[in-house]
Design a protein around this ligand. Structure first.
Ligand SMILES: NC(=O)c1ccc[n+]([C@@H]2O[C@H](COP(=O)([O-])OP(=O)(O)OC[C@H]3O[C@@H](n4cnc5c(N)ncnc54)[C@H](OP(=O)(O)O)[C@@H]3O)[C@@H](O)[C@H]2O)c1
Length: 352
């Protein structure tokens, strides 16, 4: 069954599963119930071929949790191969005052939490382009890569202009992790073209919009309408805002209805159609799915049993044509601290 999950090469000596197991949903403070045994779940994913995990220095408790999995894996007679992609997200309040020692301290902390000698990938995030030091911090990460502490250096949530600036400064970047979905096509504006030019690939989150792009929400009333139950986890709050950018709850329902018809042609699901569509786009190496527990493994495999044909693609193109397109480039809306997307972010999670 492991053969069901295709792989993608990021470098001649480095490949990943095209579904990456997301870690944010495992973090303290995300407010979704965790599995009883998250380490056993990680084994279940890897055994089925989903051997690439995403986490971050700021996902509270998650690097340490994956570290427990790595330690348990090492005890096995034949340890399983696994890739762990983490992030370096310096606190908003620290930007402009970073030193190489501070950067190295966070990288060392990730090494220690994971219990490894080299981080497979570090994805660099920078909250505020007006703050000085972004390129310098990236160069320090490249030096730590040279020193052997990091295998691949990547970005997350950089817009096209700032990605280009780092590439022109001579950095070698493997991937960029960005939001990309049927509701959020911002990478198509220019980032995908830039990545193609520079041999970078996309690792995509939000492809299921926190679960809104699934059968679960088809025909449901807007939970945020007056008198509604509201939303109980941070992903849904974040993606509900993106739905607004795409035209609102009715627009989501029209999209879900159309996707359901596509899914039914293939005995599949809305989530599989949504994820498969992203995986079929140029430069997309993988989608990162917020899979909380082993129950999600089968659903991941379903994505690759599905093949979208010409007719499906035409239906999906027409559905997309009816949606609004979020303003700006990748993460520009979220970067505005005073706007609705920026106001729900947590900016200073890195301090111990
Ligand atoms: N770089 C960044 O700024 C950033 C931001 C957000 C996320 N991420 C990364 O991306 C990962 C994924 O997060 P996301 O925000 O993109 O969430 P997502 O994958 O869009 O949505 C996750 C939710 O979708 C549902 N789901 C997952 N697989 C499904 C399937 N096959 N069929 C139906 N429903 C499914 C699950 O709901 P149930 O559990 O209720 O079934 C899950 O909680 C995170 O864990 C994190 O690693 C990165």
């Amino acid at each position: 069954m492991a053969g069901m999950i295709p792989r993608c090469e990021l470098r001649s000596d480095y490949d990943i599963s095209r579904i990456i197991k997301g870690g944010w949903q495992l973090s303290e403070g995300h407010s979704q119930a965790l599995s009883d045994d998250p380490v056993a779940d990680m084994f279940a994913f890897v055994e089925q071929g989903i051997d690439t995990f995403d986490c971050a220095d700021i996902y509270t408790g998650v690097e340490a949790l994956i570290g427990r999995f790595i330690a348990a894996n090492r005890q096995r007679a034949e340890p399983l191969a696994v890739r762990v992609h983490t992030k370096y997200v310096p606190d908003y309040g620290e930007l402009g005052q970073l030193t190489k020692a501070k950067v190295e301290q966070i990288i060392d902390r990730s090494l220690s939490r994971l219990g490894v000698e080299q981080l497979d990938m570090v994805q660099f995030h920078w909250w505020n382009y007006a703050a000085p030091g972004c390129e310098q911090a990236a160069q320090w990460l490249a030096e730590l890569q040279q020193a052997g502490k990091i295998a691949l250096l990547s970005l997350t949530n950089f817009n096209s202009e700032q990605t280009r600036a780092l590439l022109e400064a001579g950095l070698t970047l493997a991937t960029t992790q960005v939001q990309y979905s049927l509701l959020d096509p911002r990478p198509e504006k220019s980032l995908i073209g830039l990545c193609r030019e520079h041999g970078m690939q996309l690792l995509c989150y939000g492809s299921l919009a926190g679960g809104f792009l699934s059968d679960r929400w088809l025909g449901e009333p807007d939970p945020t309408a007056p008198g509604g139950p509201g939303l109980d986890n941070r992903s849904l709050i974040k993606y509900r805002l993106m739905i607004e950018e795409a035209g609102g709850w009715d627009a989501l329902q029209d999209l879900l209805g159309g996707l359901k018809a596509v899914a039914d042609r293939h005995q599949s699901s809305i989530a599989s159609v949504a994820a498969r569509w992203v995986l079929d786009q140029p430069q997309v190496a993988a989608v990162i799915l917020g899979a909380r527990n082993a129950a999600h493994v089968d659903r991941c495999e379903q994505i690759f049993r599905l093949k979208l044909d010409e007719e499906d693609r035409a239906v999906i193109a027409a559905l997309r044509g009816q949606l609004g397109v979020p303003a700006g480039d990748v993460f520009d809306l979220e970067r505005d601290k005073n706007g609705p997307h920026g106001r729900i972010m947590k900016y200073d999670l890195n301090s111990d």
